[in-house]
Design a protein around this ligand. Sequence first.
Ligand SMILES: Nc1ncnc2c1ncn2[C@@H]1O[C@H](COP(=O)(O)OP(=O)(O)OP(=O)(O)O)[C@@H](O)[C@H]1O
Ligand SMILES: [Mg+2]
Length: 254
Amino acid sequence: MLEINGLKVAVAGKVILEDINLVINDGEAHVLFGPNGSGKSTLLGAIAGFSRYQILDGEIIFKGVDITHKPVHERALLGVGLMFQRPPTIKGLSMRDMVRICAQGHEFPEELPQRLNFTDFMHREVNHGFSGGELKRSELLQLMAQDPDLVLLDEPESGVDIENIALIGESINQLLDRDGLNDKAVCPRRKREMRRKSGLVITHTGHILNYVYPDVGHVLFNGRLSCMGNPRELFGCIQKIGYGECVRCSQTCS
Ligand SMILES: Nc1ncnc2c1ncn2[C@@H]1O[C@H](COP(=O)(O)OP(=O)(O)OP(=O)(O)O)[C@@H](O)[C@H]1O
Ligand SMILES: [Mg+2]
């Protein structure tokens, strides 16, 4: 699904990411940990193709296509979808129209806003005056309408209350085609067949690990992918000894 080789990214002339190598296979969900300012949102933004992220070196291959220098709309049409950490407000555009735009070329279940407790927001301008948790549901709704093959989620659970977090978790599982994947009654071969979509999810709190059972975890530290392993073990390690120690020696935890 995604292959990143030797990626170097700068923002406003400052190098933020260096020598990023990452492979996400079809049907895999990866999780990205890292301290504030380490470059996590920069990585997702560079994959999505926002022009503020200057690619200085390396390549991004998506479904076999070199998208390194493709504009953001072409990447979206190819199947890259992003949930922003801090989504912009779009005045003059209603959520209803935005969701219709996102759904272009996809079958859009009419009951989706209802499932996300979002029917009362459909007449409002995109993200205008939305609370933190409402912003996340707005973003998820747009993504579900787009139905991308690669789902990039930047802190999907931040600011979400304890009741809505289950709703967000279930919706992400749906987005990733992972409904039922945590069900022990489903045999491993069937699970593999069920997986199609891939994801890269940023989390600080780790709450999302209780809903989405990701396959691989990475730690981004000082602009480099420094560590890779079992997501739950990595998260436990970070909680126990902090990012700095964790990337110095992940074996300290085992
Ligand atoms: N225009 C800019 N000029 C200089 N530095 C910038 C600019 N934009 C972003 N940066 C820096 O890039 C670094 C990486 O930012 P990024 O948003 O990717 O971090 P992050 O890992 O997502 O952090 P957080 O966990 O806080 O969301 C930060 O130190 C940020 O200040
Ligand atoms: Mg960020």
